[in-house]
Ligand binder design. Structure first.
Ligand code: ARG
Length: 463
């Protein structure tokens, strides 16, 4: 049997393999709400423009509402032979209301239909992600305020660099996530134009009102070029790019959690709710949730790459290759949503071991920069000379196998005779941290100020 939607010139139905490669219903049924909403907006416009009669439009709208309820209630049978969500819905509509259903597809094509459905789905999902990122920021900013004064080692090259605080470290992620939200909102702004009415590729000869359907579906305006409308997947690419960057941020944080929770570091303890045990090693507490967030970033970034590769060789306008936009986009954005939820849970439960962090903060001559700064400030040395002198003092300490604060004044003076006893005041990690009061610096008072600023901004955003 040939396809009843487009089989007019076909004598037989598709080969089984053709159906297998062609059908998208297994994954594009995700779009059922958007598809029905788009059709209802379209038919209302057709009636208003007197392209279909009010009676037909009413029957179609009622039928679409019934299909909506069937799908929502799980009573709908999706059929592979009907290819995709558009034809599954339309075919059921015909069963329910008869021949009037055939008028719904006037002045549109599956090409503008699927472009509209996808924009609606991505737009809704991006809005949800924005909210979830805000929730993770909230969890981080609260922790940051609570631990604004908790000293921990700051690293560069994962080598001891300077003492910092746990609060300062967490706020770095709040900043990154703020940029992620701004990228998603930016993508949303460009995405929010309606392709419906572009029809197959060239528009239509029917007197449609594209502004009306755009407004009914919550778009800012209709798209301006019909060819572009059905060819474009930038909105998915931009959202995937923003999602990939966000997933990369979560992955870096996850990596730090993995490092911090090792017994060797022991900086934080994850709750039982976000840890797992080993089936053979009874002592283990594995940070599986963090590892999975790190791992899943690969899927998100992969989806962006996959779609870029699908799109890069396509001539205008629509080509069936574009059906491949769906699984990756759905999976990537859902995956990011799951990772955000897992991260927010981990952060809320996370208990830093402030003693262990403080002890580690002094390891590796982390206050060497403070010593160099003291030489500059007190002895008026040029920084480069101070750097050199400090390096030699670190050498002495290293030879003795002790930290800088354990050297005697005589040890110091053997390198630079003008050093006085008050140098010891800057060698402690607390002092070091408290001295970094520059805007955006690690001093607890600065961290508190930034955490409060974020909490205020986040509270305002949720109204
Ligand atoms: N299932 C198709 C897709 O997702 C819908 C558009 C089909 N258009 C076409 N001309 N065959 O891309």
């Amino acid at each position: 049997m040939s396809n009843k939607m487009w089989g007019g010139r076909f004598a037989s139905g598709p080969d089984a393999i053709m159906e297998e490669i062609n059908a998208s219903i297994d994954f594009d049924k995700t779009l059922w709400r958007q598809d029905i909403a788009g059709s209802r907006a379209h038919v209302a416009m057709l009636a208003k423009q007197e392209i279909v009669t009010a009676a037909d439009a009413k029957a179609i709208d009622g039928g679409l509402a019934a299909v909506h309820d069937e799908i929502e209630a799980g009573r709908f049978t999706f059929s592979r032979s009907l290819e995709d969500i558009h034809m599954n819905v339309e075919s059921r509509l015909a069963e329910l209301i008869g021949p009037a259903a055939g008028r719904l597809h006037t002045a549109r094509s599956r090409n503008d239909q699927v472009a509209t459905d996808m924009r609606l789905w991505v737009r809704d999902t991006v809005d949800q992600l924005d909210e979830q990122i805000g929730d993770l920021q909230q969890a981080l900013a609260e922790k940051a305020l609570a631990f604004a004064g908790a000293v921990m080692p700051g690293f560069t090259h994962l080598q001891s660099a300077q003492p910092t605080t746990f609060g300062h470290h967490l706020l770095a992620y709040v900043e990154m996530l703020g940029r992620d939200r701004s990228r998603l909102r930016d993508a949303r702004r460009r995405m929010n134009e309606c392709p419906l009415g572009a029809a197959a590729l060239c528009g239509t000869s029917f007197p449609i009102d594209r502004h009306a359907t755009a407004a009914a579906l919550g778009f800012d305006r209709p798209t301006a070029n019909s060819l572009d409308s059905v060819s474009d997947r930038d909105f998915a690419l931009e959202s995937l790019a923003a999602a990939s960057i966000c997933a990369m941020h979560l992955s870096r944080f996850a990596e730090e959690i993995v490092i911090w929770t090792t017994p060797q570091f022991g900086f934080v303890r994850l709750s039982d709710r976000f840890s797992t045990g080993s089936s053979i090693m009874p002592q283990k507490r594995n940070p599986d949730a963090a590892e999975l967030v790190r791992g899943k970033a690969g899927r998100v970034i992969g989806a962006l790459n996959g779609l870029l590769i699908v799109m890069k060789g396509l001539p205008l306008s629509y080509a069936k290759d574009m059906q491949e936009d769906k699984e990756g986009t759905f999976d990537a954005l859902r995956t990011l949503s799951l990772c955000l939820a897992a991260m927010a849970g981990m952060v809320r439960d996370m208990e830093p071991d402030t003693k262990a962090m403080k002890k580690a903060a002094g390891v590796g001559y982390a206050t060497a920069t403070d010593l160099a700064d003291w030489l500059v400030r007190t002895l008026k040395m040029p920084f480069r000379d101070a750097h050199h002198v400090t390096g030699r003092i670190v050498g002495v300490a290293s030879g003795r196998g002790v930290g800088l604060e354990k050297l005697t004044l005589a040890d110091m003076q053997s390198v630079e005779p003008r050093i006085t006893p008050d140098v010891f005041a800057v060698l402690g990690v607390e002092k070091s941290v408290r001295s970094r009061t520059s805007y955006g610096g690690t001093a607890p008072e600065q961290v508190r100020r930034q955490a409060r600023r974020w909490l205020k901004t986040l509270a305002r955003a949720t109204r």
